[in-house]
Design a binder for this molecule. Structure first.
Ligand SMILES: Cc1cc2nc3c(=O)[nH]c(=O)nc-3n(C[C@H](O)[C@H](O)[C@H](O)COP(=O)(O)OP(=O)(O)OC[C@H]3O[C@@H](n4cnc5c(N)ncnc54)[C@H](O)[C@@H]3O)c2cc1C
Length: 431
């Protein structure tokens, strides 16, 4: 595990770079006393803050973000979201659990859409749908199981063959797919920036303010930052895999970096290579597979690769992402990648998040497992309710489960190397 207290990236977030410059809120510069302190201004942290505000309007609430909003993982992702839960490894045995998760997600996703509409956040939110696609026989077999779960749970979908996928995305790389109607695509940096910039009065956000340490103080907690000490009655840790830096949940989650790139604009004469759909998104059938998106008229996004606890050099990520792009669109080999970046996600052994109370007045939600726009919002909303002693925590933990134990180091790193070597071989052309 690296020693950094928060993720420090070697390259800026491409989605953020595509937006006009934003001035971050000032860092903390003196000691502060608040009712609620939240560590991390991603989807989870901002949802906690808003829900606390809704339920306890007189309370003082402060959010501390180590970097600037638009440079964290909440901006570095692929921008696929929605409320329908249909895991990549879905089976009929898990169909009922997926339905319960969907019910939870639906309420929170509607809440998120309400915030976007009320604040007029221009994040290109569009119900485009998504294609789950397989390039291999094994990938097709696993997607056929997903189709059965989609049918059982009444999820609106269409099965696609090679030609239908090729028509939509302009590449005949994939042999089988499912189109899911209910997926939304968005510009993630625009969304998280918009959510931060439209926080209601009574929530103070401090950017470039890393919480270095946590200490119990009487009935509450002290958060140590370079700019001052924060005293709070109740604290929420919403810094995903970096919760472990405070000594908690070390055996529940691990940080995995994954990579994304956006191409330069594709020349007008080559736009036919991007398919007939003006907007589309494609998710892989294998966990080490590649996510793809058409962005605007003339760019593509490619997301792939995994690294345990440490980033890989950006040149290496760039070369590998380029290989994935050109394998799918050999006719676009002359188009360069304009932006390449990595992002931290928190993985758990069984795919469930860790959500709940760590100690008196100390709460946490982390372990996004690579999907956190809607899920982080949902878990954050319910964590705020738990902090206030309201809501139905059993409903959340019952539907979502809880992160199981994970091996300590060095076995964890060794295990990651072995599993990723085996899975890479299995993924084959899905990567
Ligand atoms: C390349 C990539 C593609 C992805 N694609 C998707 C997708 O398509 N759809 C989807 O739903 N999800 C996707 N994800 C996952 C998604 O980005 C995460 O699940 C989501 O960001 C989790 O939100 P969060 O608020 O829990 O954590 P984060 O977004 O990680 O926010 C935590 C924040 O805490 C801050 N922090 C950390 N330590 C400290 C500290 N000590 N003090 C103060 N602040 C601190 C960090 O800087 C960070 O901003 C993807 C992730 C990556 C990297």
């Amino acid at each position: 595990m690296s020693k950094e207290i928060f993720p420090i990236y070697s390259s800026p977030c491409g989605w953020n770079a595509m937006l006009p410059k934003r001035t971050p809120r000032s860092p903390l510069q003196s000691d502060l006393t608040v009712d609620y302190a939240i560590v991390g201004a991603g989807y989870t942290g901002l949802a906690i803050a808003r829900r606390l505000r809704e339920l306890d309007p007189q309370a003082s609430i402060a959010v501390f973000e180590a970097s600037s909003v638009g440079e964290g993982s909440s901006a570095r992702n692929s921008g696929f979201t929605g409320s329908e839960v249909l895991p990549r490894t879905a089976t009929l045995a898990g169909a009922e659990k997926a339905r319960r998760q969907t019910a939870l997600m639906r309420e929170s996703f509607d809440w998120l859409k309400g915030m976007i509409a009320d604040a007029g956040i221009e994040c290109e939110l569009q119900k485009v749908g998504s294609i789950r696609a397989a390039a291999t026989e094994a990938g097709e077999a696993s997607l056929r199981q997903v189709v059965e779960v989609a049918k059982a749970n009444g999820i609106s979908h269409t099965v696609l063959g090679r030609n239908e996928i090729a028509e939509r995305i302009g590449s005949d790389y994939y042999r089988f797919g499912i189109y899911l109607n209910d997926t939304y695509l968005l510009q993630p940096a625009a969304l998280i920036r918009g959510l931060a910039d439209s926080l209601p009065d009574g929530i103070d956000l401090y950017e470039n303010t890393a919480v270095q340490r946590l200490k119990r103080n009487g009935g509450g907690w002290e958060l140590l930052t370079d700019g001052g000490v924060v005293r709070a009655r109740s604290v929420a840790l919403a810094n995903n895999g970096f919760i472990r830096r405070f000594g908690y949940l070390k055996l529940r989650m691990t940080t995995i970096f994954t990579y994304a790139a956006v191409t330069c604009p594709v020349p007008e004469a080559d736009l036919g290579h991007l398919g007939q759909s003006p907007a589309w998104g494609l998710l892989p059938s294998h966990r080490l597979g590649t996510t793809l998106r058409r962005i605007g008229r003339d760019r593509l996004m490619v997301r792939s690769l995994y690294a345990h606890e440490h980033e890989v050099p950006v040149e290496e990520a760039s070369a590998k992402l380029r290989d994935r792009f050109v394998r799918r669109w050999p006719g676009l080999g002359h188009v360069d990648l304009e932006y390449v970046w990595g992002g931290a996600t928190a993985f758990t052994m069984n795919g469930a998040p860790w959500w709940g109370k760590l100690d008196d007045g100390l709460f946490a939600s982390g372990g996004c497992n690579g999907s956190g726009i809607a899920k982080g919002t949902m878990l954050g909303r319910h964590l705020a309710e738990l902090m206030l002693g309201t809501g139905d925590p059993a409903r959340v933990s019952g539907a979502m489960g809880t992160a199981s134990l994970i091996a300590p180091e060095p076995f964890r790193s060794i295990g990651f190397q072995i599993v990723s070597a085996i899975e890479s071989r299995k993924a084959g052309l899905e990567a």
